[in-house]
Design a protein around this ligand. Structure first.
Ligand SMILES: Cc1cc2nc3c(=O)[nH]c(=O)nc-3n(C[C@H](O)[C@H](O)[C@H](O)COP(=O)(O)O)c2cc1C
Ligand SMILES: [Mn+2]
Length: 474
C-alpha cells in the first residue's frame, strides 16, 4: 500500500499511542481548533489532534501533528540527533514519482464540480486573534513552470476570501511566485492544485529548499522512502498526489488582487500581507472520510515543519566545508538561530562552518552558535551553558552588519515609524564561538560522573520515606 497520511497515522499510534488525541467535542473553526493546541502547549504537551466535529463541516481536521522531532524521526527511521544528517542524505538521493491511473487514486473518490465548490464546508481554522480570516496553513500548492515544464511545489499561506476564492502569499524569491509571474506577464491564469493531507515526508519534501525550479515530488519520494504516486488533475495538465486526502484545483488569476492579512507568522508576530493574487477554485476532489490537514500557525508545529528541512540542507553544506561537523539544530523555539556542534581541529573551523550555514539559509538565520561535540545542540540549556562557560564576547563574537533582509518575515528586518508605517531594512547576523580552544591547547575537562557508574544506578529500587524514618528524622 502506498504511503499516505493514514499509513503514517497508523504507524504513529502503534509506536507512540499517546501522540494522537481525538477531540469529539464540537469546535468552532474560529479559534476553537488552535485553542486546544494552545491550551495543551501551556501544559507542555504537543499531541496530534484529530477534530471530528468541526462546526459547519462534515470532514475531520488534523492539526498539531508535526510538532515533535520524534514523530519526524519515526518516518525517517533514525534517532532525533541524526535527523539533519539523514534528512540531508535522503535529499541527495531523490526518488522520481510514478503516475498511476484514476482507479488507483483514492483522492478521486469524491469529485465536487465547480458550481458546488464551497470552501466554507471545509474545516478551515482561524488561527490567531488578529488573523484576517480562515487560512490554509498546510496546503501544498503545485504549479507547472511554463518554460521548463517542471512541476514545482511549496506551502504558501492561503487566506479564504469567499466560497470559491482564496489568496496566495509568495515570499521573496520562492519559485512559486516566480512561476506565477511568468503566467501573469502573458496575461494568462496559472493552473494550480493545492494538496491537503498527506504523509509528512510529502509535506516536508514540498518545503525543502531545492536548487532550481521543481524537484519537490522527487524529494518527497526520498523522504517517504518510496516513489510518490501521482495522477492527472481534473482541470489542467498538472500531476497531483494520488493518495492525498483533499485536492483543490483552480487557477491564479492574472489581474484580480485582493487585500490579505494580518496573519500570525512563524516568528510569532503578525507579518507579511498586503495585496495578493486571487486563486479561483474550480474543482475539489477528496477521499471518503477525508481528513483536512492544518498546521498550527505561529506555533511549534509551524517552526518544526519549517526548521527541520533547513537543518538538513545546512548539515549538507557545512559538512562539505568542515567534515568534523557532528550535527545541526535549527530550534523550534527560534528558527533564526542555528546551533552547530563540531569536533574542532583548527581555529578556522568555527567561522568556516558558521558562514557555510549563513550562506545556506540566508532568508532566516541571524544567530549562529558553534559549540564542541560534547554539547547536545538539541538541548537549549546545554547550548546556553556552553555560551556561559566557553564564550568571551570580546574575543569570540563576530557581528556581520546588514546581513539579512531587507524586509521579509523577520520583525527586525523592518523599521517601524511613529506614523504607523514600516519600511524594509537590513539586520545583522552574529556568530557566537562557544568552542574550547583548538588543540594542542588544553581546556579544563568537563566534570561528569563516570558513565559506567551512572549505568549502575538502580532507579527501580527508589522508594518514599517510611513512617519510621519520618519519626526518626522529623
Ligand atoms: C507552514 C509553512 C508555511 C509557509 N508559508 C509560506 C508563505 O506563505 N509564502 C511563501 O512564500 N513561503 C512559505 N513557506 C515557505 C515555503 O513553502 C518554502 O520555502 C518552499 O521551499 C518554497 O518553495 P519554492 O521556492 O519552490 O516556491 C512556508 C513554509 C511552511 C513550512
Ligand atoms: Mn521549488
Amino acid at each position: 500500500m502506498a504511503k499516505d497520511l493514514r499509513t503514517y497515522l497508523q504507524e504513529l499510534v502503534h509506536r507512540y499511542p499517546e501522540s494522537l488525541k481525538v477531540v469529539d467535542q464540537q469546535v468552532d473553526p474560529r479559534f476553537g481548533i488552535t485553542a486546544y493546541a494552545s491550551r495543551l502547549a501551556q501544559e507542555g504537551q504537543y499531541p496530534g489532534l484529530l477534530f471530528t466535529q468541526v462546526q459547519g463541516s462534515e470532514l475531520s481536521c488534523i492539526s498539531n501533528l508535526l510538532t515533535s522531532y520524534e514523530r519526524i524521526a519515526l518516518y525517517l527511521g533514525c534517532e532525533v540527533q541524526e535527523i539533519p544528517r539523514v534528512y540531508g542524505e535522503k535529499l541527495q538521493a531523490p526518488i522520481e514519482p510514478v503516475e498511476v491511473g484514476r482507479a488507483q487514486a483514492q483522492v478521486k473518490e469524491i469529485v465536487i464540480e465547480e458550481e458546488d465548490v464551497d470552501l466554507s464546508k471545509l474545516p478551515i481554522p482561524v488561527h490567531n486573534e488578529l488573523d484576517g480570516g480562515p487560512y490554509l496553513s498546510a496546503g501544498v500548492m503545485v504549479i507547472r513552470d511554463p518554460d521548463s515544464g517542471e512541476i514545482n511545489a511549496g506551502i504558501y499561506r492561503h487566506q479564504i476570501f469567499g466560497p470559491k476564492e482564496m489568496g496566495v502569499w509568495f515570499l521573496g524569491a520562492h519559485h512559486g511566485g516566480l512561476i506565477y509571474k511568468k503566467y501573469k506577464k502573458q496575461g494568462k491564469p496559472a493552473p494550480v492544485a493545492i494538496v491537503l493531507g498527506h504523509h509528512p515526508g510529502f509535506v516536508m519534501g514540498a518545503v525543502s529548499r531545492i536548487q532550481g525550479i521543481g524537484g519537490e515530488y522527487a524529494a518527497a519520494g526520498a523522504l517517504m522512502g518510496e516513489a510518490l504516486e501521482l495522477v492527472r488533475a481534473e482541470t489542467s495538465d498538472l500531476l497531483v498526489p494520488a493518495q492525498a486526502e483533499i485536492i483543490l484545483e483552480g487557477e491564479i488569476l492574472p489581474d484580480y488582487d485582493q487585500a490579505e492579512g494580518p496573519f500570525g507568522e512563524w516568528p510569532g508576530h503578525y507579518l507579511g500581507g498586503g495585496s495578493v493574487p486571487t486563486i479561483r477554485i474550480t474543482r475539489i476532489t477528496h477521499r471518503r472520510h477525508a481528513i483536512f490537514q492544518d498546521i498550527v500557525a505561529s506555533s511549534r508545529e509551524h517552526l518544526v515543519v519549517g526548521g527541520v528541512p533547513r537543518s538538513g540542507s545546512i548539515y549538507q553544506t557545512v559538512k562539505e566545508v568542515v567534515p568534523s561537523l557532528k550535527t545541526v539544530h535549527v530550534p523550534y523555539y527560534s528558527r533564526m538561530h542555528c546551533y552547530l556542534s563540531l569536533h574542532k581541529e583548527r581555529e578556522a573551523d568555527v567561522k568556516k562552518a558558521a558562514f557555510a550555514a549563513l550562506n545556506t539559509e540566508q532568508e532566516n538565520l541571524r544567530h549562529i552558535v558553534v559549540v564542541d561535540d560534547d554539547i547536545n545542540v538539541f538541548d537549549g540549556q546545554e547550548v546556553a551553558w556552553a555560551i556561559g562557560t566557553r564564550f568571551d564576547a570580546e574575543r569570540d563574537l563576530l557581528v556581520i552588519p546588514r546581513w539579512n533582509g531587507p524586509g521579509g518575515l523577520l520583525p527586525t528586518n523592518w523599521e517601524y515609524h511613529a506614523d504607523g508605517k514600516h519600511t524594509p531594512r537590513m539586520s545583522s547576523a552574529v556568530i557566537v564561538d562557544a568552542t574550547k580552544p583548538a588543540p594542542p591547547i588544553e581546556f579544563p575537562p568537563r566534570a561528569v560522573v563516570p558513565v559506567q557508574h551512572v549505568g549502575l544506578a538502580r532507579l527501580e529500587a527508589l522508594r518514599a520515606l517510611t513512617e519510621e524514618e519520618k519519626q526518626k528524622w522529623f
